[in-house]
Ligand binder design. Structure first.
Ligand code: ADP
Ligand code: MG
Length: 715
């Protein structure tokens, strides 16, 4: 099987000489296939194009016409305006581009152009295009021959559907009309060959409601009608999701299937004891994710699972049950936290839960030294310690375990993909459970973490009092702080959060350092106030966090360093200043810090006022959503809607991007599951994709992800 036809460099295509080929290359279009997949970014038809006779002042519209005449109009102010008169079957319209006289050199009389913009009144109707594209080029000859010249060019490069105008992503040296021309000249040939690259059988296509590849691409370049475009894009979206899943399925195979994992035996001795000692019952969501985790751990495959759920939904308890299953089966379990103080808090809680049970708990952090550290290490190596809690020092410093069977990673986003993969290298390979308190929609989670299985806790324990969230205008600031002071009088503690540490001249933002000084001398005079930010030395941060935890500090003025924080039961109120500066998920993480006690938390967000950069409408929307709901999944869905998926993929893949051009999780989310199932099915049966029937997907995978395959070490 070879795909050589579409791998031909672009300069072998009709209408592409060496110079044009270079320009294509600069746009990332190297081979014939790249050109075929360079699909239009917009489509206009009668429903979006206004006939010139119907253009009215005040409209914002798109129009198409042929340039009848043009010229530069000087004004008294010295501004030079390029003007062109457009004509269609219905009438004429003046287009004006103030301050862009150079367009006189690029637009020709006879060019057929598409313009989009507002219509104003200047000696008559006049559109001032925001955007314009040359759909069809008049020949270079003088204006006299323009009309007849254009006619020949139309018949030489026929457009199948003259009423639909497609606009390609173009560049300065590769304008629209070149794309249209080169595609026209080569489309039939390209489509003939791409048919051979379709990896979906008609049966699978029907099951998923997808078009065949050649048909989809043909529709995108020459839509018989604009409403067919979405279905065609859906096919390309599926392909992208499928190949991404295929890549991730191979990562998963290496991590979980290549070497035998542990099939944990359950005796129920410890699990029962923990169940019986709980003063509450597990939520339905906890029970169902535990069922998934137990089944995964009991299987001979290695577990590589992500546990998602809002702060306080009971993930850590679920993880503890999983650790007990490992211990019952004769293994040790480790819990890795991003900070030392968090590790200590986990250790203290877990010791409480396991009090009196035959299960040694040990903590290993960087700060323990000398004899104590040696002893702790010896208990881990000797097997006395069954549950080991620590920071990433657990993994990095080559700590010896007697029989490590399960690794739990808390706040997984604090650790990189590479650290996760590093865990996999340990021999024998322990099961892995990573926890995330930043829940995201399942389809997005599956697309981002195709190598992991996903469990979700989407329910909080009953009786939990939700954090009350209020939006307060900057003019209410004093009142807000008076309310905070009243809570302090009752023995409660508060966080005040700022977007930046120091004031800067560029942005008028309230800064933690300045406000700390102010609050200490004013609103909170005479109280214990402390400052915490990311630039402070680690031991200083640690000291302050401990003092806050112990109740010695009443007000903690902080930046987002507290986002991944410990639970301080006395902390019940949080004020977030310049709240428009924070992302939605970030706000929600912050709010999670005051939901832990049983007194009911309060979170007040104060956006910056006029002159303080109150933020645009997206910021407004974020804050409204934030105040309206406490549900992390809802927050995440809104975040995805407002920000788009780019940010999520960007952060996760460390800037390499996933190359999702067609797939939009919001639109095509339903395709992720089927794509993943199919990809895993193929890889589980044929991990190296060596079989004849998989030759095609292997080739396409290499084409798409050649570099990435190396990056993931699965080339
Ligand atoms: P997470 O790790 O998801 O933030 P935790 O496991 O730390 O949540 O649980 C938060 C608090 O709720 C803990 O004090 C825990 O003991 C308690 N908890 C866990 N599950 C339940 C439940 N089903 N009912 C009541 N309280 C629970
Ligand atoms: Mg937690």
């Amino acid at each position: 099987m070879s795909l050589t036809q579409l791998d031909k460099p672009v300069q072998f295509l009709k209408g592409v000489g060496p110079r044009r080929a270079e320009a294509f290359q600069r746009m990332g279009i190297l081979c014939a296939r790249d050109l075929l997949y360079h699909v239009p970014r917009r489509y206009d038809d009668a429903s979006t194009i206004t006939p010139l006779a119907r253009v009215e002042v005040g409209m914002d519209l798109t129009a198409v016409g042929k340039v009848k005449s043009k010229g530069i109009v000087p004004t008294r102010s010295g501004l030079r305006i390029f003007q062109a008169v457009l004509q269609d079957e219905t009438g004429i319209l003046t287009c004006a581009w103030p301050g862009q006289p150079w367009l006189d050199r690029t637009l020709r009389v006879g060019d057929r152009i598409l313009v989009t913009g507002p219509v104003k009144f200047f000696h008559g109707r006049q559109i001032q295009p925001r955007e314009h594209t040359v759909l069809q080029r008049a020949p270079a000859a003088g204006p006299d021959q323009a009309t007849s010249g254009t006619h020949t060019s139309i018949s030489a490069t026929p457009t199948t559907t003259p009423t639909i105008f497609v606009t390609y992503p173009a560049s300065e040296d590769l304008p629209q009309w070149i794309f249209r021309r080169v595609i026209s000249l080569n489309l039939e040939w390209l489509l003939r060959h791409v048919g051979d690259e379709d990896h979906l059988t008609p049966a699978t296509r029907r099951a998923l409601g997808l078009r065949d590849l050649a048909d989809a691409l043909s529709t995108l370049h020459r839509p018989p009608s604009v409403d067919r475009v979405d279905a065609a894009k859906r096919r390309l979206a599926y392909d992208e999701l499928f190949y991404l899943q295929l890549l991730q399925a191979r990562v998963r195979y290496h991590a979980t299937r290549e070497r035998p994992g542990i099939a944990f035996q359950r005796t129920n001795e410890l699990i029962r004891a923990l169940h019986d000692s709980l003063p509450f019952t597990l939520t339905g969501a906890q029970v169902s994710v535990l069922r998934e985790i137990y089944a995964d751990m009991a299987s001979p495959h290695r577990m590589n699972r992500m546990l998602q759920g809002d702060v306080g939904c009971g993930k850590t308890l679920v993880a503890l049950f999983a650790m007990l299953l490992a211990v019952e089966g004769g293994y040790q379990a480790a819990l890795m936290a991003p900070t030392e103080i968090l590790a200590e808090q986990h250790a203290a809680r877990i010791r409480e839960f396991l009090a009196g049970m035959p299960c040694g708990v040990e903590i290993l952090t960087g700060s323990a030294t000398g004899r104590r550290r040696e002893d702790a290490r010896a208990r881990v190596a000797g097997g006395e310690a069954r549950v080991v809690i620590g920071t990433h020092a657990l993994i990095q410093e080559g700590v010896e375990f007697d029989a490590l069977g399960l690794v739990v990673v808390d706040e997984q986003h604090r650790f990189g993909v590479h650290q996760r993969l590093a865990l996999a290298e340990r021999d024998p390979a322990p099961d892995v459970l990573v926890m995330s308190a930043t829940p995201i929609p399942r389809s997005l989670a599956m697309a981002l973490h195709g190598d992991l299985d996903i469990s979700m806790i989407d329910e909080l324990p009953t009786g939990r009092r939700p954090v009350v969230t209020r939006l307060a205008g900057p003019d209410k600031r004093e009142k807000v702080f008076r309310e905070v002071a009243r809570r302090l009088d009752r023995g409660e503690q508060a966080y005040v959060v700022y977007p930046v540490i120091e004031e800067s001249e560029k942005a008028e933002l309230r800064a933690a350092e300045t406000e700390y000084e102010r609050l200490r001398g004013d609103e909170f005079a005479g109280r214990e106030v402390a400052l915490l930010h990311g630039r402070m030395p680690a031991d200083e941060k640690d000291r302050i966090m401990r003092a806050f935890l112990a109740g010695g500090i009443q007000v903690l003025v902080a930046t987002t360093v507290i986002e991944v924080g410990i639970d301080v039961e006395g902390a019940t109120v949080m004020v977030i200043e310049n709240a428009e500066r924070f992302g939605l998920s970030q706000l929600h993480q912050l709010r999670g810090r005051v939901g832990r006690g049983d007194r009911g938390g309060l979170c007040v967000v104060i956006p910056g006022g006029a002159g303080e950069g109150g933020g645009g409408s997206a910021a407004r929307e974020r804050l409204d959503v934030f105040a309206r709901t406490n549900d992390g999944f809802e927050i995440a869905a809104a975040d995805l809607r407002i920000r788009g998926q780019g940010d999520f993929f960007g952060a996760e893949q460390h800037g390499h991007g996933t190359g999702l051009r067609f797939a939009d999780i919001l639109v095509h989310g339903d395709l992720v599951g089927p794509a993943r199932e199919r990809a895993r099915g193929i890889v589980d049966a044929d991990p190296e994709l060596a079989r004849e029937e998989n030759a095609l997907v292997r080739l396409v995978l290499e084409r798409r992800y050649g570099e990435r395959l190396k990056l993931f070490g699965v080339g």
